[in-house]
Design a binder for this molecule. Structure first.
Ligand SMILES: *[C@@H]1O[C@H](CO)[C@@H](O)[C@H](O)[C@H]1NC(C)=O
Ligand SMILES: *[C@@H]1O[C@H](CO)[C@@H](O)[C@H](O)[C@H]1NC(C)=O
Ligand SMILES: *[C@@H]1O[C@H](CO)[C@@H](O)[C@H](O)[C@H]1NC(C)=O
Ligand SMILES: *[C@@H]1O[C@H](CO)[C@@H](O)[C@H](O)[C@H]1NC(C)=O
Ligand SMILES: *[C@@H]1O[C@H](CO)[C@@H](O)[C@H](O)[C@H]1NC(C)=O
Length: 288
């Protein structure tokens, strides 16, 4: 149960269909999630899905981003292409793609979720220093290693792409274990002076309070969760061990309908690090 491999990645593919702008009731105040932001959630969920299609992780530069399973039609519609990629690197088989999205003038870095040994990353939950992000921060060792295994390749890819596309902004996304790599990449790049917007889907807790506060203060973080998906409660016993989530959370708190679309009234925006008001609220699946 307590492995990333057991988390249904299909929920990712079903979540984002026809979302619309809505007034959201959150703890005494309302917050409007703009149509534009909701469209971004939708688009980036498809980039996060696209990296599960091996062609996007292995094809050479210039190849169109595509998924034969039909899981990334909107990403395909942007005419995005592969700039560079990495496939099954290191013990955790870290895999990702840097795509060029000419429609939105964006570089999109997407990390794949658990495959193979990736499932073990969550159980390697000892805190280690991650001073490359912030001096006082501690990160979960398994999740962090799955990022540092590909750090140099990612940094080189982004530097090369920014030289070729100097006016493009950078967005980073990932699902499950891929979300942990995505958040470390975004946080460290920002620390080093590169702006990045982050969209994670089913992100586990990745580190301690200092890390959660630091990443929260960087801003531009969209942590999207779904009902009682167990991934955001990882690693096992995380709250006992001092793991804390970054803020805010965009919680889709009810199941999707038969068309696999989300009713706008099914999303809440929740602020505060280590909040239990969102997907961590009813811990009936396993101990948090
Ligand atoms: C994508 O490429 C196709 C074929 O060249 C073209 O018809 C379409 O307009 C392009 N879409 C965008 C968003 O640029
Ligand atoms: C950040 O800078 C440090 C120190 O120069 C370097 O070792 C590291 O690879 C950089 N990381 C990123 C993600 O840019
Ligand atoms: C979680 O903590 C409980 C109580 O301390 C312990 O019995 C259990 O083995 C732990 N589970 C894991 C996966 O660490
Ligand atoms: C996070 O919240 C949980 C549940 O309220 C609590 O048990 C835990 O101590 C908190 N962790 C920190 C680091 O504040
Ligand atoms: C599902 O989609 C069909 C066709 O677009 C529509 O007629 C139907 O009302 C939708 N069902 C739900 C529950 O949204």
């Amino acid at each position: 149960m307590q492995s990333l491999a057991s988390i249904p990645i299909l929920t990712l593919f079903f979540l984002f269909g026809t979302l619309r702008s809505e007034q959201l009731n959150v703890a005494g105040h309302t917050e409007t999630v703009s149509t534009a932001l909701v469209a971004e959630f939708d688009l980036f969920s498809q980039y996060a899905s696209a990296i599960y299609c091996d062609n996007n992780a292995q094809s050479p530069k210039g190849t169109p981003i595509s998924c034969s399973k039909g899981t990334c039609p909107q990403a395909e519609d942007t005419n995005a292409t592969v700039f560079g990629n990495f496939f099954n690197i290191g013990y955790f088989e870290s895999t990702g793609v840097l795509a060029i999205d000419p429609l939105n003038h964006r570089l999109v870095l997407a990390f794949r979720g658990a495959e193979g040994n990736g499932a073990e990353a969550a159980s390697l939950n000892k805190f280690i220093s991650c001073a490359a992000i912030c001096s006082e921060c501690h990160c979960g060792s398994g999740f962090y290693d799955s990022w540092t295994d590909v750090r140099d390749q990612v940094v080189a890819l982004i530097a090369a792409a920014q030289q070729e596309y100097p006016d493009y902004s950078l967005a980073i996304t990932g699902h499950s274990l891929g979300a942990t790599q995505a958040i470390f990449a975004a946080a460290e790049l920002r620390t080093n002076g590169t702006a990045a917007t982050l969209f994670t889907y089913g992100q586990p807790r990745v580190g301690d309070t200092a890390l959660a506060e630091y990443i929260t203060s960087q801003g531009e973080n969209y942590r999207i969760t779904h009902t009682v998906d167990p991934a955001p409660r990882l690693p096992p016993n995380g709250s006992i061990l001092g793991y804390v989530h970054n803020s805010p959370e965009y919680w889709i708190f009810e199941d999707t309908n038969t068309n696999h679309t989300v009713n706008p009234g099914q999303i809440k925006v929740i602020y505060g690090i280590n909040s239990t008001a969102g997907s961590s609220v009813s811990n009936t699946i396993f101990r948090s």
